[in-house]
Ligand binder design. Structure first.
Ligand code: GCW
Length: 715
């Protein structure tokens, strides 16, 4: 137990001034503006926090760090409340003071907490109580967030528990340090120096994740290498698990389905083969010997060239159950991805996952989650929610969002993904009547599942600011907050983040939040308006490529998706076309299939329409498309001017980088607009609407651009 007393001279306790390079993320803990700081100091005059376990020690250390930074306090050990303004954190077993209060902590579960203003021996005290250490840690971060965002703390009565059980980051990190679709530098994991060297950054990674409630991390790419399951790499993973454990974070690994052959010397990886079953059971036992709280496996199988059960004529359920049986004795989970589409299958790619997985509903073991991307194609700027949500009631489905912006401008574009996540989670599947939202599928409440999960493909790298840009940190942040509670508002989360990351000044908060909230819609407009999708450059996915055709498979081209010709544009997924609409509930199938009712943002996702089709604005489709492209670019121009107006209100170093990146974004938004218009105009044959500028270059110029070294490519 420790008690903290304040420095009388606040200055003496202030952290050394340092340039803001983004390393501290939203945990900067800068000195609080003076009037507010004075009030807070009276309310936070003592800290009682045990440090008998690693998690308790981490909780205490974070509170000390935060309070010292925000309010300028110096810790002095003690163990009872002796004055008003004590903060007591812990569980009934770690804190006699909390035990005395007889709070109903049981109902908080292993990760929940409550924060309450109470009186103890006549003193006003803030209690952060939980039933287990991890809950107290989360509560401490919540309390710090209240201070960081300038909230009143005198009359608190909060309780919070996560609505989703597994809240994970999926790293697409290769063992050689490359990050697939990573735009924030090399992998954060220095596999070569592990397990002996534990970069302090790993601890800061754990702190940042714990501050959001993220409780698991898949260390390696789903396009996986069997070597990560060898003893040497398991030891390295175990070292990371040791760093993360105090922060409530468990380690998971992507498992290569053919590992029994590649590192086990077997002749087959057939899931029904007894030797293969034995191999996975032994492997699981071995893993749990070195990582006792190992979370489980993530598997990409029979997808984009990865090995899987279908190589042996078996189903995805056979494959998933093989690994599930191996993990079950240890309490581990299999996350089996539904991102599958076949090489041979000529059917609409948007339909294939549903076609393959729905018949398997009810065939998976109890410790299997099927991991489904938010949309049926591939993390596009906008997609309708994946039709699997709501269609497999007997199987827990977990959400897979992409945090890294593979299709949304890499690191440089300011695109806040909160509205994208929120739009998907709030979407109504109508699976069990109205209000059967995707969020309710994910949190298990719609179909009564206790095993629930959400995964975000991480945007974290070894770059100093973690995510490749300052604003990309917000995407990590909003993902984590929504994984904890999928019903939160992305605007409220943006506001929290801006306050913690940049400033509590209203003159900063309001314009930055507004700018963020419209940024995703702008990217949709300048890249793929009105339901267009998958029009990016081939394989590296950088920049526009609506002309991409030919190559190894049709569904890796752009022409497959936009289907533009002299007559019109769009993918007919109605009953007259691929009938993908039929994979949604009858209510939605009718809505999406009906031109009068389909939300306009999905118009060309579901319909092929003539260039002169009259859109809701009254403009013909071609004119509307051009209008959207232009307004996307205009929005970016607006963000640049908003941001330049904030000069002096945000530290110079971060201001300058954001300003420069917005400049890149404007250039690239213009490039997307111009190249797309130049290309589609060759098909529509229609003039640009009045007042619309012609593309800066010829179509041939845009088509000639090549980017062999664009970052993050798959391989
Ligand atoms: O979006 C695509 C990416 C691939 C990725 C794949 C997947 C890991 O372009 O790089 O591979 O999705 O999700 O499996």
């Amino acid at each position: 137990m420790a008690v903290l007393l304040f420095c009388t001279v606040a200055m003496a306790c202030a952290p050394a001034a340092h340039a803001e390079d983004g390393y501290d993320l939203w945990l900067r803990y800068p000195p609080t503006e003076s009037a507010r700081a004075t009030a807070y100091r009276a309310q936070v005059s003592q800290l009682l926090a045990a440090d008998a376990t690693p998690t308790q020690a981490a909780t205490r250390a974070e509170l000390l760090r935060g309070l010292r930074g925000l309010l300028g306090v110096t810790p002095v050990p003690a163990n009872t409340v002796t004055q008003a303004g004590a903060v007591v954190v812990g569980t009934p077993s770690s804190s006699p003071t909390i035990a005395r209060l007889r709070l109903d902590t049981r109902r908080l579960g292993p990760e929940g907490y409550l924060i309450r203003s109470v009186a103890i021996d006549g003193h006003a005290v803030t209690v952060i109580a939980a039933d287990a250490d991890a809950g107290a840690l989360y509560g401490a971060f919540h309390f710090l967030r209240l201070l960081q965002t300038g909230q009143p703390i005198a009359k608190l009565d909060l309780r919070d528990t996560p609505r989703v059980k597994l809240r994970l980051l999926d790293h697409w990190d290769d063992l050689d340090g490359h990050v697939e679709r990573g735009y924030a530098g090399a992998s954060i994991w220095d596999w070569h120096k592990l397990p002996d060297y534990l970069d302090p950054r790993y601890t800061d990674y754990a702190r940042a994740n714990a501050s959001l409630g993220i409780n698991g991390t898949v260390l390696n790419n789903v396009n996986s290498n069997a070597l990560s399951l060898t003893p040497a790499y398991l030891e390295k993973a175990a070292a990371l698990a040791g760093v993360f454990r105090p922060y409530g974070i468990r380690v998971f690994l992507s498992a290569r389905f053919s590992a029994p052959m590649e590192i086990g010397g077997l002749k087959t990886a057939d899931p029904l083969d007894p030797a293969v079953k034995r191999w996975w059971r032994d492997k699981a036992d071995e893993i749990y010997r070195v990582i006792p709280d190992f979370g489980g496996f993530l598997v990409k199988a029979n997808s984009e060239g990865q090995p899987g059960p279908q190589d042996y004529g078996r189903s995805h359920a056979d494959g998933a159950n093989l690994l599930a049986d191996a993990l079950a004795p240890h309490g581990g989970t299999v996350m089996w991805r539904a991102f599958v589409y076949s090489h041979e299958e000529p059917d609409d790619r948007a339909k294939q996952a549903y076609t393959e997985f729905v018949p398997l509903d009810g065939k998976f073991r109890g410790n299997v989650l099927v991991q489904v991307k938010n949309g049926a194609i591939d993390f596009q700027p906008r997609e309708p929610f994946h039709p699997l949500f709501g269609a497999m009631p007997k199987t827990p489905l977990m959400m897979e969002f992409q945090i890294t912006k593979e299709y949304l401008g890499f690191a440089t574009h300011l695109v806040y993904l909160g509205p994208l996540y929120e739009e998907t989670l709030k979407a109504d599947t109508h699976a069990k009547g109205k209000d059967s939202t995707v969020a309710k599928v994910i949190d298990g409440s719609l179909d009564g599942h206790a095993l629930t999960g959400m995964a975000g493909v991480a945007n974290i790298g070894a770059g100093r600011n973690w995510s490749g840009s300052h604003f990309d940190q917000a995407n990590w942040y909003v993902y984590g907050r929504l994984a904890w509670n999928p019903t939160l508002s992305s605007r409220a989360i943006a506001e929290e983040w801006v306050r913690m990351t940049f400033s509590n000044e209203e003159g900063v908060v309001a314009p930055v939040v507004d700018m963020m909230m419209g940024s995703r819609e702008a990217a949709v407009d300048y890249m793929t308006p009105l339901g267009l999708h998958h029009l990016m450059g081939r394989s590296h996915h950088y920049g526009p490529g609506p002309w991409v055709e030919g190559g190894p498979r049709a569904d890796w081209t752009s022409v497959y998706y936009h289907r533009a010709n002299r007559e019109g544009i769009g993918f007919d997924r109605t009953a007259h076309g691929s009938n993908a609409v039929a994979q949604y509930s009858p209510y939605l199938a009718r809505e999406f299939g009906d031109l009068q009712r389909v939300p306009e943002e999905f118009l060309l996702w579901f319909h092929h329409l003539p260039w002169d089709y009259r859109t809701r604005s009254g403009r013909p489709l071609w004119d509307e498309l051009v209008h959207r492209y232009t307004s996307g670019v205009d929005y970016v121009r607006g963000m640049r001017s908003t941001w330049s107006g904030l000069e002096g209100k945000v530290d110079a170093e971060r201001h300058a980088q954001v300003a420069a990146f917005l400049g890149i974004q404007e250039k690239e938004a213009q490039w997307w607009r111009d190249a797309s218009i130049a290309y589609f105009q060759t098909l529509s044959g229609r003039p640009l609407p009045a007042g619309e500028a012609a593309p800066a270059h010829t179509l041939e110029y845009y088509q000639s651009l090549e980017f062999p070294y664009a970052p993050g490519s798959g391989r």
